[in-house]
Write a protein that binds this ligand. Sequence first.
Ligand SMILES: *Cc1c(COP(=O)(O)O)cnc(C)c1O
Length: 419
Amino acid sequence: MTAIDARHATTATQPFDVTRVREDFPILRQLVRGKPLVYLDSAATAQKPQAVIDTLVRYYTTENANVHRGVHYLSQQATDDYEGGRSKVRAFLNAKEDREIIFVRGTTEGINLVAATYGRKNLGPDDEIIMTAMEHHSNIVPWQILCQEQGAKLRVIPMNERGELLMEEYEKLLNPRTKMVSVVHQSNALGTLNPVAEIIRLAHQQGVPVLLDGAQAVPHMVIDVQSLDCDFLTFSGHKLFGPTGIGVLYGKAALLEAMPPYQGGGDMIRSVTFERTTYNDLPYKFEAGTPHIEGSIGLGAAIDYLTALGLEQTAAYEHELLAYGTGRLSEVPGLTIIGTAREKAGVLSFVLENVHPHDIGTILDTEGIAIRTGHHCCQPVMDRFGIPATARASLAFYNTREEIDALVAGLHKVVEVFG
Ligand SMILES: *Cc1c(COP(=O)(O)O)cnc(C)c1O
């Protein structure tokens, strides 16, 4: 067993007890519109276990102080715990060093940081950035802004009807002008798991760095940045059962060292005069201003919680639930699942004949069922499938088969109303 297997399989001998696990999530106990809440929107944001909530309350109740420059007790405690969060992220991703973990606001800011620093420094006219046809807007727009500034170009790996990348097209797109490959690991709109190890291997053959948008993958599978050999990876705390407003950019130290700073201000400097500023070491060079102290601490608590459950176990349970949900949804008349990749996780996107997804969501809401409807920040995916929107149920390990049954019952009502 490798170190990472051991870390993520601590309780793997016991069966996954979803009833007990649900007790850790106070929000799931409530009634919504008089019905038990059925929360099927974890791809938009995940619910928080009591351990995370308690950690935030404890921080503000007993420890709140600014970090890094304080000599007093509270400041030292807050600094230790803020940096402790960073170490937990490092271990969770199996990164080599704490200084490769940069705290940002979320996935979106992580990508913007790389585009604005690495991108501005290294991409010029006619250079190319390769992405996929299933990117979230957060992994399109920052690169588009860079292209407008630098005269670079976006190239897009197409996908088939199932929502799987055409890897032979990717190989054709790679060329000496390619300066960056930035791809989503798991699609939030389709659930597709992309073959990122192969994508990285092919890019590295040409000396091209790869950024992974890990917003969906990191909460739902074991990620090892060293064995993947990705150059950058970014994810959001709030989708990993942690607080909002905190996220992570992992980058290989050598790349981060060579990048110019992102924002200027406090903490990111070593010395400042009106003539000249020298920058701080990693990771602080990229963390200007007072950081999201309780965000790091809360994210650390979320990682502890998930690690104790065992990410291999939660992933296996979610996978089983996805298979069950896929089967049950196919019983609903007129329903088509959008995104049927063979390698897929956690997401059931669908359309219903003659019903706008918005109406599906509204009717399900009256049953206390929370799903998301719309383009899921992936308008190019909707265009690819020739639809304006989908309804999307997304899963986490606290969901149950009974909740899937409730979703299916709700959809039968939708069909009755519109049928
Ligand atoms: C949610 C999401 C993002 C954006 O994350 P933020 O937390 O809003 O910054 C980017 N990519 C994917 C695949 C996502 O699911």
